[in-house]
Design a protein around this ligand. Structure first.
Ligand SMILES: O=C(O)/C=C(\CC(=O)C(=O)O)C(=O)O
Length: 304
């Protein structure tokens, strides 16, 4: 099948630099995606965007180039609940990738078992309206209750302004809960203002809640962008991510978000993006927890 990319689509950065920051041994890129390729794994009819192809070979080449040891491949909304491209990436990773799926309530127990055998360890509930149609909360809770016995967790993606309305649903989830990109704070607001305080309280009050401190390239308003050798990029995001890393060092994850779906104004150099990490996790201990210990506990608990 032939797919036309969404107009204005930005492809990933072709020749990323090598990070200056040396990742600790065993580092996990805990948030990235594969797209198709569409000819092999068609994009879902209900998708809100059509990306460039970005397959497993390119993802694993980037992993090796940047110095990561493992990946967590998160189902992207352009594939809907058809997890085949993500599963194909997992089963062809020599055990070095685990995944997060999107499932519907119609999934059978057998299908869940098969996903588990392939390396899936979580489901993603997406509340970002430009990305997905609404799914009733009773369906999501039913799914959460079915995946809990497998030892899986729930990944949630939402905008900061929607946290108050979603709060009660989130705290009813029976598993570990991982928030994508710190709940997308508006970084033009103060880091100690009411909006981000609510997110901090969400993590403080609920010890099962984790956060990815990823996607500065998506959250930043004033940059500077991770381009042209800039190794201190996205300075407006640093106080937010650093605060979460320092307050909850055992419940944070980091990922590249490659191939960076839906960026509108620039595509970061992934090598320079890795150089963002020591700005938010300044000590070797924080870096080891963020990049190795925490993702291993969540995705490869049998090795910990
Ligand atoms: O890659 C991300 O985490 C963020 C996305 C895309 C996305 O979540 C998806 O398509 O599944 C975004 O903000 O557009």
């Amino acid at each position: 099948m032939e797919f036309q990319k969404t107009p204005g689509w930005l492809d990933w950065y072709a020749r990323p630099s090598r990070p200056r920051f040396q990742l600790p041994a065993g580092a996990v890129d805990a948030h990235c995606h594969v797209f198709g390729p569409g000819a092999e794994f068609p994009y879902a009819p209900e998708r809100k965007y059509t990306p460039c192809d970005a397959g497993k070979a390119q993802l694993y080449a980037l992993r090796d180039h940047l110095g990561f040891a493992r990946n967590v491949v998160v189902q992207a909304t352009c594939h809907g609940a058809d997890n085949r491209a993500m599963v194909d990436a997992l089963v062809n990773s020599d055990g070095r990738a685990r995944g997060v799926a999107t499932v519907r309530r119609t999934i059978t127990d057998r299908e869940l078992q098969d996903l588990h055998a392939a390396g899936v360890r979580g489901v993603r509930f997406n509340f970002v309206k430009r990305l997905v149609d609404f799914t009733p909360k009773d369906e999501l809770l039913e799914i959460a209750n079915r995946i809990a016995p497998l030892g899986w967790h729930v990944v949630i993606y939402f905008e900061a302004v929607d946290l108050p309305e979603l709060w009660d649903f989130f705290i009813a989830l029976p598993t570990a809960v991982v928030v994508d990109h710190m709940g997308r704070p508006d970084v033009t607001k103060p880091v100690d203002g009411p909006e981000f305080e609510l997110f901090v309280k969400f993590m403080r009050d609920n010890p099962n809640v984790w956060s990815k401190v990823s996607c500065p390239e998506r959250l930043s308003v004033t940059g500077p962008q991770a381009l042209d050798g800039e190794r201190a990029a996205y300075r407006d995001v640093v106080p937010f991510a650093k605060r979460i890393v320092e307050a909850f060092p055992d419940r944070v994850l980091w990922g590249t978000d490659w191939p960076h779906p839906n960026l509108k104004d620039h595509m970061p150099d992934d090598g320079l993006l890795v150089d963002f990490i020591p700005h938010v996790a300044p000590t070797a201990e924080l870096q080891r927890k963020l990049l190795v210990d925490n993702p291993m506990r969540l995705y490869w608990p049998e090795e910990v």
